[in-house]
Write a protein that binds this ligand. Sequence first.
Ligand SMILES: Cc1ncc(COP(=O)(O)O)c(C=O)c1O
Length: 510
Amino acid sequence: MVPTDLVVSLDRAQGRRYPLGKQLVDELRRRVQAGALGPGERLPPVRGMATSLKVTPETVANAYKRLVDEGYLRGEVGRGTFVAAPPLRAEEDPLAPFEAGGSLPPFTNPRNHELLRLANRPGVVSFAASVAAPDLAPVEALRAALSDTLRDDGASALQVGATQGYPPLRAAIAGLLEERGLHVDESAVCITSGCQQGIDLAAKVFVSPGDAVLVEQPSFLGALEAFRARGARIVGAPIESDGLRVEALPALIQRHRPKLLYCMPTYQNPTGRSLSAEKRRMLLRIAATYDLPIVEDDSAGFFPLDVDSPAQPSLKSEDHAGYVIHLGTFSKLIGAGLRLGWLVADAAVYDKLVAAKYASDLSSDALVQRAAFRLLESGALQTHVALARESYRLRRDALLNALRQPGALPQGAHFNAPSGGFNLWLDLPRHGPTSTELFLEAVRRGVAFVPGPFFFSAGGGGPASPAALRGLRLSYSALVPEALERGVRLLAEALRALASSARSAEAVVY
Ligand SMILES: Cc1ncc(COP(=O)(O)O)c(C=O)c1O
C-alpha cells in the first residue's frame, strides 16, 4: 500500500511523449527537492508502488535506480529504498565553488566554514564531529548538579570568581589528573574556558607576529587557527605510527627557531596516534636542549579504548624542568558546550597564562565550574566517562569492522586502528579522488567527514601535499554502530561513483 502522501498520478495520455517511468522519476525528484519527502523516509516497495501506479515493477525499479544514481535516494540491501540527504540544487549549490580545483582555500576563508557546515545538514551521517557523544550526555546528572548549585550557593554562583578558577574545582581536577600520571598541587591548575582557550593563552604569552610555532602535521584545526591569528609562521613536523617524528625536530628548531611546540601526544587529533614512551623522553630532552616550551593538548587522554593498552601517562608527568603546559577539557568528558577546561603549568609560566586569561575573559563561568565540581565530587562524572569509553570502544570497532568489509575501500587505501580517542585517519590511494573531491561526492550522498587539507598548515607539507590531499578524518564517537555502518556504505558508494566516472578509472581497483 502506498502512503497517501506518496500517491503519484501519472499522465497516461502523455505516456507516448513523456514516458511513465520518466514522469515517476521527475515527480519523486521534485518532491525530494521540495522537502515533501524528507531525508530517511522509506519509499514504498517496488511491487507495491508498481501495483498502485499500474506500471511494471521494472519501471519503478528503474526510476528508483536512476534517483539513487542522482543521489536523491539511497538503497539499503534488505531494508528498502530511502530518501537520501537532500541534494543540492545547482543554482544554490554551496559545493560549487569547491568543485573546480579539488583543493581548499585557507580555513579563514568563510567558504570553508560553509563547507564543514554541510556536514550538519539533517539526514547526513557525519563522521566530522570529534566530540563527546551527544546521545550519551549526562543531562540528568548535570541538571541536578546545576540545580543543587543554585539551591545551595545562590547568588555566589553568579559572581565572577578568581581568574584561576573555583578553588574546589581546581583541587578536584588535580585529583582527576592522577589518572593521567600527573601529581600536581591545585595551585598549578587554572580553569580555562575550554582547551581552545588554553591554546590561545599559550599563543598570546609565547608567540608574536612572524614567530614560528611547531606543530604536528596534521594537527588540530582550532590550534592552527589560534596560531594563525597571532600571525605565527606554522612549521609542521610529520606524524608516524608512534606519533610525532621527534628525530626531525632538532633540524626544524635550528632552522626556524620556534617559540612553542604544540602537540597531542595521546590519541592525537586527527590521526588517533600516540607518542611512544621513548619518544616522550626524547621530546622532553629536546625541549630542555633548545629551551622550547611545549603545549601538551591532552583532550583525549581519558579515553583509552583497549583494556590491554592503557593510555601513556601525560607528557607533563615526566616534565621535571617545567617546559610543558598541560591542557585538558570537559568538552570530551561531558560536552563542548560547557566551555570548561583546565591548564597545568609551572609557576613562572602559570602567572603569565593567568594574566593573559584575565585579559581574555576575567574568569570562566562560575555556575558551570561549581556544577562540574559537584559531578566530580560525587563520582558521577567518572561513572559517565567509564560508560562513554565503553560505547566509544564499540563504535570504534563497528567503524573498523565496516571499513574492513570487502569492497568498502579501494585497494591502496589504508587506515590506522586507534587505541583511544575519537578519530581514525584514512589515506585514500594515490591514484583516485582527493579527500576533498570525495567529500563533495559524499555530502551529496548523505555522508560527511573532514577532508585532509583542514588539518595541514602551509609550512612543511602544506594543504596541497599528498598526505593532506589523500587523507581524511573519520570521527566515530558521536555515531551509533548502525549509523557508522550506513556511513561507510554511503562512503563506499561515493568512492565507487567517483571511480566509475573518473577518466583514470582503471587506476582505482576494488
Ligand atoms: C584536540 C583538541 N583540542 C582542543 C579542542 C577544543 O576543546 P575545547 O572545546 O575544550 O575548547 C578540541 C575540540 O574538538 C580538540 O579536538
